[in-house]
Design a protein around this ligand. Structure first.
Ligand code: HSE
Length: 415
């Protein structure tokens, strides 16, 4: 691609990310990139640009040979899948911000690139403005990693910050996250942990060379968080953060999970507030490194898309070095044990989860809370039941690997 001439971009979607990119390119006049066509779905929707700026036929935009790079920034993952896979079938250079699309279809998207010679980059899909995919893919390409974990959803982190720091109600904080453009069209994805799960699947492919299907990853959210849960956190001098984590056991198996967790002031993630994300990459040799930045919002995410545009223009594509090196995909460590807090109104869940080492925290008229030990396999198997029961599950520490939760257990024992 000739990087001296003005490169034309075909943009699909004009929501938070699309507008963020458009705005950045309008302000940064000297850049050799121009949004030439914007394709949206609904001709009747009120938009910040005149209607002549838009086109409505996505196939026509795919066929437009004058476009150099296609940017997919629509929220519907199945429509995004149709557009991106068709574009790759035509050997196009594509940037997407759609994490659900990449999480569910990565192996196929890779095969399409190999077969038809197109390129797909998706830095904006994970942790918004933090350049975490390229960091893990390039900088850590030759160093084995022990663990990658962090806060990967800006909306839920914003909500938790508002609850803990500003004493706001959950519903008010969620409304704010939606108004500020952080939340997904369906905010359940944010608060239930599903969006973090999608991002974790993508990170795992680059960090550990294993494509996880989202169904393999247990996810728990803050949608059923209650006052007694954050009182419990406060009693333990902690806040609650939604932590997505994948680590490798000494046997080489993987432990991927999304779990709200108690985080105290000694934790790297403690100071990651509002819509910020924080990702700790723990190299076997480098040790832990914290990457912190805005995880949601039009400008941070648009900036990540712009960075992908520049990279594609310069001929970059992901090497998938760890994925290509791995001959036997690591299995999941289903026996791995977590120390968790459970609040529910259904005692059967304790049996269903196979919780051991039980300690009672509180017993109310229609709900109880306790702490116990549970395996990854049980979390995966019982997660749907837990969601249906409206129960809240939380790790006693974000450090699942070396969790020293003795202090929490001792405090519960004497209270
Ligand atoms: N809804 C997402 C979040 C947007 O809150 O993190 C960025 O992926």
């Amino acid at each position: 691609m000739d990087s001296h001439r003005l490169l034309k971009i075909g943009l699909f979607g004009f929501g938070c990310v699309g507008q963020g990119l458009y705005d950045i390119l309008s302000r940064e006049e000297g850049l050799p990139y121009k949004v030439d066509r914007i394709c949206v779905k609904d001709p009747n929707k009120l938009r910040p640009l005149p209607s002549e700026s838009f086109t409505y036929d996505w196939e026509e935009v795919l066929e437009d040979a004058t476009l150099d790079i296609l940017v997919e920034a629509i929220s519907d993952a199945s429509e995004a899948y149709t557009i991106v896979s068709e574009a790759l079938r035509r050997g196009k250079k594509v940037v997407t911000a759609n994490k659900k699309l990449v999480a569910y279809h990565l192996p196929e998207l890779l095969a399409l690139q190999n077969e038809f010679g197109g390129v797909l980059l998706y830095e904006a899909a994970v942790a918004g403005g933090i350049p975490i995919i390229r960091t893990v893919e390039e900088y850590f390409s030759n160093e084995p990693l022990d663990r990658v974990h962090g806060i990967l959803n800006g909306s839920s982190n914003y909500i938790l910050s508002q609850i803990f720091k500003k004493q706001k109600a959950y519903s008010e904080a969620l409304k704010e996250a939606q108004d500020k453009g952080f939340a997904e069209l369906d905010p359940w994805l944010d608060v239930a942990g599903a969006d973090s799960r999608h991002k974790l699947c993508i990170l795992t492919a680059h960090a550990f060379g294993r494509t996880l299907s989202p169904e393999e990853v247990a996810f728990f959210g803050i949608d059923f968080l209650d006052q007694q849960d954050w009182e419990f956190a406060k009693q333990n001098e902690s806040v609650i953060k939604m932590v997505a984590s994948v680590h490798q056991t000494p046997d080489g198996e993987l432990v991927p999970v999304v779990l709200p967790s108690l985080v105290d002031s000694t934790d790297d993630l403690y100071g990651v507030e509002q819509e910020f994300n924080g990702v700790v990459v723990q190299g076997v040799y480098a040790g832990p490194q914290l990457f912190k930045g805005k995880g949601a919002g039009g400008h941070p995410t648009g900036a990540a898309v712009l960075s992908d545009i520049v990279s594609i223009a310069n001929g970059y594509s992901y090497g998938y070095k760890k994925l290509n090196k791995t001959t036997n995909a690591p299995a999941l460590a289903l026996d791995f044990q977590f120390e968790v807090y459970l609040r529910s109104s259904e005692p059967d869940l304790v049996v269903e989860l196979g919780l051991t080492n039980l300690q009672n925290v509180q017993r109310g008229a229609d709900s109880f809370s306790l702490i116990g030990t549970v395996s990854l396999g049980s979390l995966i198997k019982s997660q749907e039941l837990i969601r249906k029961a409206g129960a809240y599950v939380m790790a006693l520490s974000s450090d699942f690997v070396n969790a020293n939760v003795k202090k929490v257990r001792e405090r519960v024992a004497i209270s």
